[in-house]
Ligand binder design. Sequence first.
Ligand code: SF4
Ligand code: SF4
Length: 290
Amino acid sequence: MNELTVLSGKGGTGKTTLAGSLAELSSPCIAVDCDVDASNLHMILPGICRHHEAVVLGRTAVVDPARCSGCGACLRACRFNALQYVNHKAAASSVLCEGCGVCALVCPNQAVTMQEEISGHWMISSTAAGSLYHAELEAGGENSGKLVSLLRRKARAAAEQLQLRYVIGDGPPGIGCPVIASLTGTTAALLVTEPTTAAFHDLKRIAELLAHFSVPAFLCVNRWDINPRITKEIEAYALDSGIEPVGRVRYDREILQAQYRGVSAVNLDTPASRDIRLLGDQIFTRMEAT
Ligand code: SF4
Ligand code: SF4
């Protein structure tokens, strides 16, 4: 089983469109939407949800006012200023509480309990490409890196069990914790960028991150024809950094319009959709050879 994680370092490069297309081209596969803060792969790969489960990733302090003497020990001990007095009793803010449990340790009256907190939900949907593993964090929910790790773990286990050849992950933008959780241990990454100075800058940051974690990477410049000069600069940088350019996809308004109609990019017959199919061939040929 091979896992390909599609990353961009920046939003708006067409990463999710390409991730969904690659999932369809490697069907039957398992697709994973690792962008749990703003999941949208289900819009590219619409399906029917067949599993929905709450996920607990953290704890929060709850004070029992009947036991609280108002001594203030917990307020002094909390480094996150998550406790305050309400009617002379301690009360914890679920927003500020980091779940460290120190207040429960210092309370002389056992007035504090640590309660599990539902951080979000994870789902499995049946799509045309195969199963899609996706999730939603609760509003203000944290630990998105943990949620990404959980999704990937379940997706990989299912792929192994079903003896599928590919898990295709749509990674989050940026270079933070959820991105690291998306790429550690993956077989390879596809970096999707566009020929703009801002996208090039963000590409360099994600390329450095991949090098740090020794993840083999491919490059695709999406909408390459809007600036061929920067496209060449990006590809030259990639080659210097050990990242193989494996495809270019030209600008095509029809792809976006087709997606609004629920039609996948790979099911069109346009020059850009042919670029995407060629990109898939290039990537899967290389991954099969590893
Ligand atoms: S669990 Fe930690 S962060 Fe939360 S209220 Fe207690 S001391 Fe503060
Ligand atoms: S340490 Fe316990 S008793 Fe003292 S204020 Fe906090 S919750 Fe109340």
